[in-house]
Design a protein. Sequence first.
Length: 178
Amino acid sequence: MKKSLLYIALILLAACSSKSEPAKPDTIATEMTYGKLIYYGQYYDSIKCHVLALDLYSDGLTLDTTNHMVGSGTNLYLSDIFIPLTDTTLADGVYKCSKTPEIKTFYPGTDFEGTPTGAYILQVREAKVAKIIICTDSTFVVNHNGENTDLLFHLKSENESYDIHFKGVLDYEDRRHP
């Protein structure tokens, strides 16, 4: 009798236990709360433009003192934004994704042997990259209001599109090579 009750209890326990579902991927944040604009000067000798990069972070994702991501959230990165040789920062207007480096364009995202470059979104979970989204055929709009920069992105990947926004003061880094 005790064995029968034990078997019944085990069967009921097995039947009642919930099946573990795979973790749903985190959603891509639509609001970035921290941003950095990086100035590279005329980075490419053959391209008559200055080059900028944008590095934006959602709430919950920060950089430590060694510039490594800490926490969980979304990172939007654009590695090559082309501006006139007379400028050192983003001017107001529309910037378009293009494989041809011209003023107010930026390179589309590409996967270079597992390493993203150009325009891409990283979904980060506990300081580890959980998802990489390569962005192509995208645009963003820049508007300045005093010290605040308002950036509105319309980014397209192979399967989806993302509207991402940043409004605030961008940290500025000058990384020109000597």
